[in-house]
Every structure is written in structure tokens, then in C-alpha cells.
Design a protein around this ligand. Structure first.
Ligand code: NAD
Length: 427
């Protein structure tokens, strides 16, 4: 995540853990899971809180608190990012770990769900301080980590460099310094990262939009799209839509938005953002506010910024045919109900943005088997996974007449329940 996203509100209005539990309960009820199975897969398997003392550049020692949660490992090692942010809480990490469990199961990759976080303000820390924090945090959560146990990845305000430090610390402490690349994904290509990982989330969202368009008989060519959050995920989707002759009529970032009825020139806009740090001021476009952008009439609305972008206050103004959740948790449960009543086709986050973790899985496979896949192979495999996952969720949605969100949760939860039962973990 870019540093500018740190200016977002520190406390989301809805507790992420409450939402995660509610979504689970809905899926478990629809699947008629027994109370025994429910209680086995609802709660995190392991929760670790670590004390992370760091010598700051000033010479003083500051204590940070860090967490690592393994929600479920019935289907494979725990998988999930590490977040550095002042508003990180244990509840939030537990919710995100739970979402990872269902997300990995929806795309049917053999990983469980995990998540980590450190309560810190990376904006106020130097690169050296962040490196010391990362290494000390890694040492703290070391008992949980390993290519067959728990595999972190970047999340909000951590990046490939952070993963490089984690891999190095783990390799030094566990293997006398010999590299164990499979302990993290999203690392630099030079130490075993995968081609195509940077674009994977946006590309996965695009494949979902292609599939949804086929289902709803919307032609991509000439369609209109709006992207909230022109960052990693959002700019990649916008670019792919643009290259398939969809008109991306508005995008924004934390500093403001731009609108052009006939479609923005996305490659030029990407250069403008690279040069100036924002989409604001793009020549030939009009400025647009966040709320007006979300209410634009379009075929595809893609929230790709932060949680809780669409709430009960603005959901009624959404005029899109398809809402594709590139971000995690951009729609609150109350807003979800409004969108459903209004006939908006929602592609839920645990399906829509699963391209990132899917290519993380490809990275891990290459590391563990000492393989190298070229970009074509990574992209083809990603396309197959996203298309088949979308179709599986869509079949639940149409056969059982449930929302796409409930359908995705049912696919994920049922797979985890079956793996749990197959392993005989029940009393
Ligand atoms: P990013 O930092 O690259 O992009 C986020 C963008 O959102 C930035 O351009 C920022 O300026 C903008 N933004 C922040 N607040 C905003 C606001 N209020 N209105 C409009 N724009 C705003 O981050 P990213 O990696 O693209 O992640 C975006 C979302 O996608 C997050 O919810 C993240 O959890 C989710 N996600 C990302 C990945 C991935 O691999 N990158 C994978 C799964 C999910």
C-alpha cells in the first residue's frame, strides 16, 4: 500500500471481526453445518501477541506490539499478509485471517488463512527503523513461520522489501543463512519472487469482470467503468479495461478524482500519477469528488481503496450494474442489503481480489520445487483459476438463489468444513 493511504480514518465505523463472524454465521446456517463443525472452524487456531522492542535512530528504545493469527490450517499452511498501521488491532487481524481462510478455499488453493500486523506508524519511521522492526517482529513470530506452516506476504504499508527482510531473518535463524524463499511471498524477483505478482490482484479482478459480463450479457467494448483508488490493484484493472476498449470514465485516489465522459487515457494517467503522485490535475479531465464518483452511472464500479467505502449512507446512490470488490471489505453489511435490493451484481472480495493470493501460491510452488515460470504461464494459470472459481460461485448463486457474497462464503466455508472432517479433527 502507498503511504498516502495512511491518511484514511483510523477507525472503521464497523468492526471487521463482527462482519467476518456475521458472514461466517450466514454461510454456516445456509450450509446447515453442525454446531461441532461450526465451532471448530469459526475460531482462530493460534493467536500470538509479541513485544517488539526497536532501537530508534535517536538511540532510544521504543516498544511496539505485533500479532500473528493463524485462523485455520485444515487445507494447508496459513497464508496472509502483514500490515503496519497505527490502527492495527488484534480483532482486525483475526478478521483478516478468517477472510484469508475462506478466500484461499474459494480459489481452491491448498492454503489456510493467516494474518499479521504491527501497531506502528511507518510514515514516521526511517527505512533502518522499519528494517529493525521487521527483523525483531520476525524473530517474535518465528515459532509459527515456515514454508509448510505459515507464509506471510505484503499488506498495508509493507512491501517486497519487507518480505526480503523477513526471508533473510528466517533463513539466518532457521537455516544458517541458506535461503528459504518459500517462507514468504511477494518478495523481490531477485530472491525468488514470481513474475506477475505485482499485477495479479488487478488482473484477477479483470477476469471476474469478464466472467460477470458474459453472465449479464454486458459487452466490455464500449462499457463504462469507474475506479475508486487508483493504486496497485485499481490502476491495473483500469488499464486492462482500457486495453479491452472499455471506457474508464472516472478514477480517484486519496487526494481527489478525475472524470471524463468519453473515457480517460489510462496509460497517460498512469504516467501522470507516477510523475505527480496523484491523478489530480490530469489534463483534459474534470475534477470529481468521492461521493459523486461512487454515484456515477456506469457498468462497472470498482472500489479498490479501503474498507467501508460504501455504507448505508451512499449505497442507494450507486448506479452501476456490477460492483467488483477489488478492496477488502469496501461494502458494509447494511450497504450490501441496499445494493441487493437495487439489483447491483456484487462480486465479493474473497473471490474478486483473490488473484493476489493465487499468484502468491504460484510463487510458493516455484520456490518449493525450484521452478521458474515465465509471465505467460503465470497469467494463463491465473486466468484459469479465476474463471473456474467465478463459475463455481456463480453456480451456487443461481442454483440456491443466494447473493454472490453468501455464495462465495458458502463455497469457502464448505471446503474448509470438508477438509476438517476429512482430517478427523472433530471430537
Ligand atoms: P495501494 O496503496 O496501491 O492503492 C490504494 C489507493 O487507494 C491509493 O491510490 C490511495 O491513494 C487510494 N485511496 C486511499 N484512500 C482513498 C479514498 N478515501 N478515496 C479514494 N482513493 C483512496 O493499495 P492496493 O495494494 O492497490 O490495495 C487496495 C485494496 O485492495 C486494499 O483494500 C487491499 O487490502 C486490497 N487488496 C490488495 C491486494 C494486492 O495484492 N495489492 C490483494 C488483495 C486485496
Amino acid at each position: 500500500m502507498n503511504i498516502d493511504t495512511l491518511s484514511a480514518p483510523a477507525c472503521p465505523p464497523v468492526s471487521a471481526y463482527d462482519v467476518a463472524l456475521q458472514n461466517f454465521q450466514n454461510a454456516a446456517a445456509a450450509l446447515e453445518l453442525s454446531d461441532d463443525v461450526k465451532s471448530l472452524i469459526m475460531y482462530p487456531e493460534r493467536v500470538l501477541t509479541v513485544n517488539v522492542p526497536v532501537r530508534m535512530d535517536s538511540g532510544e528504545i521504543t516498544r511496539f506490539e505485533g500479532y500473528r493469527v493463524q485462523h485455520n490450517t485444515a487445507r494447508g499452511p496459513a497464508k496472509g499478509g502483514i500490515r503496519y498501521h497505527p490502527s492495527v488491532t488484534l480483532d482486525e487481524v483475526k478478521a483478516l485471517a478468517m477472510w484469508m481462510t475462506w478466500k484461499c478455499a474459494v480459489v481452491n488453493i491448498p492454503f489456510g488463512g493467516g494474518k499479521g500486523g504491527v501497531v506502528c506508524n511507518p510514515k514516521a519511521m526511517s527505512a533502518n527503523e522499519l528494517e529493525r522492526l521487521t527483523r525483531r517482529y520476525t524473530a517474535g513470530i518465528l515459532p509459527l513461520l515456515g514454508p509448510g506452516r505459515d507464509i506471510p506476504a505484503p499488506d498495508v504499508y509493507t512491501n517486497s522489501q519487507t518480505m526480503g527482510w523477513i526471508m533473510d531473518t528466517y533463513s539466518m535463524m532457521k537455516a544458517d543463512g541458506y535461503p528459504i524463499p518459500g517462507v514468504v511471498t511477494g518478495k523481490p524477483i531477485s530472491v525468488g519472487g514470481s513474475l506477475g505478482r505485482d499485477e495479479a490482484t488487478g488482473r484477477g479482478v479483470f477476469h471476474c469482470l469478464q466472467s460477470a459480463s458474459g453472465h449479464l450479457r454486458i459487452s466490455l467494448k464500449g462499457s463504462k467503468a469507474v475506479v475508486q483508488g487508483f493504486g496497485n490493484a485499481g490502476s491495473v484493472v483500469a488499464n486492462l479495461l482500457d486495453s479491452h476498449q472499455s471506457l474508464v470514465i472516472a478514477v480517484n485516489d486519496s487526494r481527489g478524482g478525475v472524470y471524463r465522459e468519453d473515457g480517460l487515457d489510462i496509460p497517460k494517467l498512469m504516467l501522470h500519477k507516477e510523475r505527480t503522485g496523484s491523478v489530480v490535475g490530469f489534463p483534459g479531465a474534470q475534477p470529481i469528488g468521492d461521493e459523486d464518483l461512487l454515484a456515477l452511472k456506469c457498468d462497472y464500479l470498482i472500489p479498490a481503496a479501503l474498507e467501508n467505502a460504501i455504507t448505508r449512507d451512499n449505497a442507494g446512490r450507486v448506479c452501476a450494474k456490477v460492483l467488483a470488490e477489488a478492496a477488502n471489505g469496501p461494502v458494509t453489511p447494511e450497504a450490501d442489503a441496499i445494493l441487493e435490493t437495487n439489483g447491483v451484481f456484487v462480486i465479493p472480495d474473497i473471490l474478486c481480489n483473490a488473484g493476489g493470493v493465487t499468484v502468491s501460491y504460484f510463487e510458493w510452488c516455484q520456490n518449493e520445487q525450484h521452478l521458474y515460470w515465465d509471465l505467460y504461464e503465470v497469467e494463463k494459470r491465473l486466468e484459469r483459476v479465476m474463471q473456474s472459481s467465478f463459475n463455481e460461485v456463480l453456480n451456487y448463486h443461481t442454483d440456491r438463489k443466494v447473493s454472490m457474497r453468501l455464495a462465495a462464503n458458502m463455497v469457502g466455508v464448505s471446503r474448509v468444513a470438508s477438509s476438517t472432517l476429512a482430517r478427523g479433527l472433530y471430537p
